[in-house]
Write a protein that binds this ligand. Structure first.
Ligand code: TRP
Ligand code: SF4
Length: 327
């Protein structure tokens, strides 16, 4: 039996943060052991949102490749490539565009939310509406069985399934199978201020932050607002620091709960201990990051080889697709 295929992608829009690490990358790293994994740096998707200023995309692609490998994505095991190196993505995207109803895209909750939330860029474009169609093409080009993603992406997977079914129905062959979403088990990490962790909110701890910066960022975290003096007992359940403990130092969760509710330790000390746990996790990643980044030619070679492997699969799918349509 052949291995099941996993596909996932990330937009190269800036530095990776802890949310990417625990929400996606750690999951991807684990999946490599059991599946044939294909991971793409989706630069066309980045352009769909940031077409006004594309000047950082190239640099972000390099940084993303380095971050991925430093976190344990292994290009000997998995295919790692840049979306625009395999133009078949665009060909399949165009194919799907012909029959994807506008209604499916206009109803998409992720799309509606982004139009509402993002005020600094004009996203009322043809391309941005079609964002999930390109995502469907990414996934189906490799006939992926499963897609590790965040919860916010579930509507896009549902749409991918609908597109696959519609293709099979129109062109009378089961070219594409249903794909499944794989959600991460780790509880979601919020940003330093308690909102969603995001570069645009400036509330993230980046994987590449120098260790003193990490300490400083953690010390700025908002804690239980009712705990003003050291002698006030705290409520870990409403404290974001506590939720970080659950992710980065689960063995210490009971102790934290005790020292907090019994007012034995203050928040400053509690945060210092957390910072140490996070630094313990990030230090080896940063070291590996430096080694990898010192050899940019090698990184480019990894991406070139990845593109070659991806293209071989993509070409086969496109031949099948063209044959079914233009019989
Ligand atoms: N839309 C995804 C995100 O913003 C990125 C992405 C593009 C993706 N193509 C994909 C994820 C294919 C999974 C599979 O997170
Ligand atoms: Fe949060 Fe720790 Fe302060 Fe309790 S002691 S409120 S868990 S920072």
């Amino acid at each position: 039996m052949s291995l099941k295929t996993i596909f996932s992608g990330m937009r190269p829009t800036g530095k990776l943060h802890l949310g990417h690490l625990v929400g996606a990358l750690q999951n991807w790293v684990a999946l490599q052991k059991e599946y044939r994994c294909i991971f793409s740096i989706v630069d066309w998707h980045a352009l769909m949102g940031e077409y006004e200023d594309s000047s950082h995309i190239k640099e972000n692609i390099f940084e993303m490749a380095v971050d991925w490998m430093a976190c344990g994505i292994d290009p000997e095991r998995s295919i790692v490539f840049v979306q625009s190196d395999v133009p078949e993505h665009l060909e399949l995207y165009m194919t799907f565009s012909c029959f994807t109803p506008l209604g499916w895209l206009e109803r998409n909750p992720t799309y509606k939310e982004q139009l509402r939330e993002i005020q600094t860029r004009d996203l009322h474009t043809y391309g941005f509406l079609g964002y999930p169609v390109l995502q469907a093409a990414d996934i189906l080009l490799y006939k992926a069985n499963a897609v590790p993603i965040g919860e916010d992406q579930l509507p896009h997977i549902e749409l991918t399934r609908e597109i696959a079914r519609k293709f099979n129905h129109l062109y009378k062959k089961e070219v594409f199978e249903d794909c499944q979403a794989i959600l991460t088990q780790t509880p979601r990490l919020l940003g330093l201020d308690g909102r969603k962790m995001s570069k645009s909110y400036d509330n993230a701890i980046n994987l590449s932050d120098p260790l003193p910066v990490i300490e400083k960022k953690i010390s700025s975290m908002i804690t239980d607002p009712q705990r003003i003096k050291l002698s006030d007992p705290g409520h870990p359940d409403v404290c974001n620091v506590f939720s970080y403990y659950k992710v980065f130092d689960p063995s210490q969760v009971q102790d934290v709960c005790a020292w907090c509710t019994k007012a034995q330790k203050g928040c400053t000390e509690c945060k210092k201990i957390l910072a140490r746990a996070i630094i313990r996790e990030l230090e080896p990643i940063q070291q590996k990051r430096q080694e990898i980044a010192a050899n940019p030619d090698k990184v480019q070679a990894v991406l070139a080889l990845g593109a070659k492997k991806a293209k071989a699969i993509a070409e086969k799918t496109m031949q099948e697709v063209r044959q079914q349509i233009f019989r």
